[in-house]
Every structure is written in structure tokens, then in C-alpha cells.
Write a protein that binds this ligand. Structure first.
Ligand SMILES: [Zn+2]
Length: 338
């Protein structure tokens, strides 16, 4: 993937392209931000823009330079066989061992062989064993001639402080829902409607949207809708608690925290839809068009500030869940609140 194909993160890719064009890319970069938003793709695209032999100047009105995507260097980088672009990823035990780091350091003691700069990319750098992180320090502080490092991580706090302090950090944010949807359609063979369904639940992460694929979204959506319908009728507490049980247990087994989080995000997006309906918005702007009929019949119960208040309660429930509150406690609290 080229810099111009990266979805979202426009400010960062603009900045990186400018630095590459001026040959002033910082020797040690740390791309930090939520998982699944494209940090690794940006690291690889940057390495390619640096080493492309036929770089394109100003491929659009935003980027100063980008790789051509066609030359021999681009082809070799894309296939992962360019000798000067070293990409290190965690092994199947989610760890990067000291031997791998040592072998890489051995290779960096020579000048770049076929490229302009040797680019060392380390994915999920927080998984580098502490001893191996220590062995990296000297190279990060003073990279060997012609070598740059780009590390990515979702948990910068898990890196040794000595490693962190030697890197210039670029902060990646979450993607918007429509950016996630665009990536799902373009890069992951999802249909427009599948993508539109999953994107609002993915918390701005393509990775999370793909993980949702294993979930039965319809069942989770039904659980969210059922609770809203119960509370719309101002049901009494026992009825609400019963509706809550559908949130934390899906039939025989308890739902995982991740599943409950998806149900809560679904509720939040339905409440936003209810507010939009009450404001007279068009069906086309709804985040949940597949259940537009159900939403329209619910809307009357959520007039005034009610949808917004309920939205606030869902948001607090999500925060509690992230802070490790139990799923049953969170679901029951919410059922009584909305
Ligand atoms: Zn090229």
C-alpha cells in the first residue's frame, strides 16, 4: 500500500511525505495509537516511499512525494524481499525474541545494499523482549549510517522508558466510521452493506471491525434493541433486570466483555439514530438502516432529552466495562438507568 492509499491519518502522512521528500525523516520514529488503525501500513508505505527508485513528486495536492508502486524496488518491498527493508513482526507467541533483534542488528552494520536507506520496521515493538529492547538502545540512539527505525505500538507505556525516550513519537488517532467502512470494502472484500453494519461498532479500528466478523451481529443487535424496547415502555425494575440478562448472557453462556461492548456500542448508535429520527432526519443518514422500521416506532418514546440521557448512560457503562467492571453489574446498572 502506498502513502496515497492510506485511509485516514492525513495529517501524519502529509508530514511523513514532506520529511521523506526533504530527506529529513527522523532516524527513529515511534508510531503510537490504537490497534488496527493502519500504523503498520503507514510504516511500510514510508519505507517504500524512501526506497522507490522512481518516486512520484506531488502525487496529489497533499503529499510531497510517494512511491511509484511499479519499479523493481517497490515490487521487492511489497513482496517483503528487499534486503534493505527489514520488517520484524511478533512471532506466533506474540513476542519478538532477542535472536531476531541480534540478527537484524548484524545486518545494519553494513551500508544499505540496494536501497537508498535501510529501513528497519518493528511491529508491536512492545512485544520485543526486555533484554532485546536493551540491546536496541544504542542503535536507536545513534542509528548506523544510512539506517532509520520505525517502531509501531498500541501500548507505548509497555516499552522500556529508555526506548521510548529515544524515539520521536507520532500519535495515531482512531478512524471515523466511514473510513473504517471504506477500508473494509476496498481491502477486505466486504460488501457496502456489511461494512456499513460493522463500521460503527468497531471503535475506529479496522482490526476491530474484522474481529467482529466472528460475531453474530444480528443476535447482538436484537439484544440491544430488546433492552431499548423494554425501557421505552417505562417497564418496572424486575422487567428491566430481565432485559439486562439478555445483554450479559447470550442463551446458555455468558457473553464476553467484548461482546457486551459491541452490544453497548450498538445501543449508542441506535440512540443516535433515534435522536436523528426525532429531529426529522432522512432515513439515509441512519447508522442502522436495516432496523429503520423498529427505530421509527421507538422514536416517540425517546423524545426530548431522553435519547441523549440514555446515550450518556451507555457511554458511562462502556467506560465502566473498560475499567474491568463485571458484565452483569454493568448490564443491570444500565437497564435501570435508560
Ligand atoms: Zn517505485
Amino acid at each position: 500500500m502506498l502513502l496515497r492509499d492510506i485511509i485516514g491519518h492525513r495529517r501524519l502522512t502529509t508530514l511523513l511525505a514532506r520529511a521523506i521528500e526533504r530527506e529529513s525523516l527522523p532516524p527513529t520514529l515511534l508510531l503510537a495509537g490504537p490497534p488496527g488503525v493502519g500504523k503498520w501500513a503507514v510504516a511500510r508505505a514510508s519505507a517504500q516511499a524512501v526506497n522507490c527508485t522512481e518516486p512520484v513528486r506531488s502525487p496529489n495536492d497533499r503529499l510531497a512525494i510517494d512511491a511509484c508502486g511499479k519499479c523493481r524496488a517497490c515490487d521487492r518491498i511489497a513482496r517483503g524481499v528487499h534486503v534493505d527493508v527489514i520488517a520484524i513482526e511478533p512471532d506466533e507467541r506474540a513476542s519478538i525474541k532477542i535472536d531476531v533483534i541480534r540478527e537484524m542488528l548484524g545486518r545494519t552494520s553494513y551500508r544499505p545494499f540496494e536501497g537508498k536507506r535501510r529501513m528497519v520496521l518493528i511491529r508491536e515493538a512492545d512485544t520485543v523482549e526486555p533484554a532485546a529492547q536493551n540491546s536496541l538502545l544504542k542503535s536507536l540512539e545513534e542509528p548506523p549510517p544510512g539506517t532509520s527505525f520505525i517502531l509501531t505500538t498500541a501500548v507505548p507505556g509497555a516499552l522500556l522508558p529508555t526506548v521510548r525516550s529515544r524515539c520521536m513519537r507520532l500519535r495515531f488517532g482512531r478512524l471515523t466510521s466511514s473510513e473504517v467502512a471504506a477500508a473494509l470494502v476496498r481491502d477486505h472484500d466486504q460488501s457496502e452493506s456489511e461494512a456499513r453494519d460493522a463500521a460503527p461498532l468497531a471503535d475506529g479500528s479496522i482490526g476491530q471491525a474484522l474481529a467482529l466478523g466472528n460475531n453474530d451481529l444480528t443476535a447482538l443487535r436484537e439484544a440491544a434493541m430488546r433492552l431499548l424496547q423494554q425501557t421505552a415502555g417505562r417497564a418496572d425494575t424486575p422487567t428491566r433486570l430481565q432485559a439486562a440478562s439478555a445483554l450479559y448472557s447470550g442463551g446458555k453462556k455468558e457473553r464476553s466483555r467484548e461482546d457486551l461492548a459491541v452490544v453497548l456500542r450498538l445501543m449508542a448508535s441506535m440512540l443516535r439514530d433515534l435522536e436523528a429520527i426525532n429531529a426529522g432526519a432522512d432515513r439515509a443518514v441512519l447508522a442502522n438502516p436495516v432496523i429503520a422500521g423498529d427505530l421509527e416506532s421507538l422514536a416517540r418514546a425517546f423524545t426530548g432529552d431522553r435519547a441523549r440521557d440514555a446515550f450518556g448512560a451507555v457511554d458511562r457503562a462502556l467506560t465502566a466495562l473498560e475499567r474491568n467492571a463485571g458484565t452483569k453489574v454493568v448490564a443491570e446498572w444500565l437497564a435501570v438507568q435508560v
